[in-house]
Write a protein that binds this ligand. Structure first.
Ligand SMILES: *Cc1c(COP(=O)(O)O)cnc(C)c1O
Length: 365
């Protein structure tokens, strides 16, 4: 069986260093908000070329805290609108509704599967306060047009960078392109911990300070509480793991690109639409999404031939039970993507035999 994502194999690659890192924390007797966090926050800020990185419990919290901090700072109020792609993973939207803000869904472009920047302006109202772009599948969603719109309408630009660690736009890292970014280090992400973990990056001193307080019970000083925050801290063991993996992120991304190149060169089937890559720096291939009107049939066929694939995602947010108020709405592009998308195995540890076997099996479909 060729696994969709072989986490065991990914961990094995750095096993000795990972063991040492975890052992170091175990022996230190200090398990939360210590030296490991301090160092990782510095390293991750440097990596993303931002002034601040703040470790939090997971990627969803990272996005929740950014919006909550803007509310606490008086930049936004409950009921304000945030523009977000209609085809994103639900977490982006949950972060908005969790703060009693209103998500305004905008269709993606079928070429890039990223938010269609030509549709954004029409979605802006007096209550719009931010655009949340999502670098979905590991591809940069930022465009100059989006930056111009934010400037013109005085909107905050928030990046959901859960899937695109190390991605570049004109040489600049995702996570540093907007006003603030949320990152996830869920085990299956390109930079993954041994459990839940996340971070916020920003150049904004006040936002950074507020996020840090919110994620630590709303406290800046021990036993003094300024906000009704929560416990959303990142623990030292996860951070020690991330510090090891961060060193290899760029080389692992290069290996993902090799897999993508082979797929793009090798897969040739009239029923299959491959992703269009215009800029190889602007994609880190968290996933390799193909489209076909025979999606379910192809997935079963690949499984029968020992190849595991995953659909990202089977049900769009506006058709989920948790957002029943949107169930009557139609987003045709989003719905089409959800009917046709299939993610092929993608990771830095897929070997040439596996890649070739996947290509040959697909071409014989
Ligand atoms: C994974 C993911 C998140 C949430 O991250 P968690 O760490 O699982 O909370 C948010 N947005 C997107 C696009 C994601 O893929």
């Amino acid at each position: 069986m060729i696994k969709f994502l072989d986490l065991q194999k990914i961990t094995a690659k750095y096993q000795d260093e990972l063991h040492l890192a975890v052992q170091r924390v175990v022996n230190s007797g200090w398990y939360l908000q210590g030296k490991e966090n301090e160092q990782f926050e510095k390293d991750y800020a440097t990596y993303t070329t931002t002034k601040h990185a703040i470790g939090v419990a997971n990627g969803l919290d990272a996005l929740i805290w950014i919006l909550r901090a803007y509310i606490e700072m008086g930049v936004m109020q409950e009921g304000d609108e945030v523009i977000v792609p209609a085809n994103t993973y639900i977490a982006s939207i949950l972060a908005i509704t969790e703060n009693n803000l209103v998500p305004v869904l905008v269709e993606p472009s079928l070429d890039t599967l990223q938010i269609d920047d030509t549709l954004i302006e029409k979605a802006i109202t007096k209550r719009t306060k931010a655009i949340m772009i999502v670098h979905l599948y590991g591809q940069c969603a930022y465009t100059q047009k989006i930056a111009d719109i934010c400037k013109q309408y005085n909107l905050k630009l928030i990046e959901d960078n859960a899937q695109a660690h190390g991605c570049l736009y004109n040489g600049k890292k995702t996570g540093s392109l907007g006003d603030a970014a949320g990152h996830s280090f869920y085990p299956g992400k390109n930079l993954g911990a041994f459990g839940d973990a996340g971070a916020v990056t920003t150049d904004d001193d006040v936002l950074a300070d507020t996020v840090r307080a919110l994620a630590n019970y709303g406290s800046r000083k021990k036993y003094v509480f300024e906000y009704t925050g929560r416990n959303s801290r990142l623990d030292e063991i996860q951070v020690a793991v991330l510090s090891v993996k961060l060193k290899y992120l760029d080389s692992d991304t290069a290996l993902r690109k090799e897999v993508a190149k082979k797929y793009l060169q090798g897969i040739n089937h009239p029923d299959i639409i491959l992703p269009q890559i215009s800029d190889w720096d602007a994609h880190v291939f968290h996933l390799f999404p193909i489209r076909t009107h025979r999606r379910n049939e192809l997935q079963q066929y690949l499984l029968d031939n020992g190849i595991q694939t995953i659909i990202h995602y089977p049900i769009p947010p506006h058709q989920q039970a948790c957002y029943s108020e949107w169930n009557q709405l139609h987003f045709p592009i989003t719905e089409l993507i959800h009917e046709q998308e299939l993610s092929l195995p993608m990771s830095p540890v897929l070997d040439d035999n596996e890649i070739q076997s996947i290509i040959n099996t697909i071409n014989a479909f």
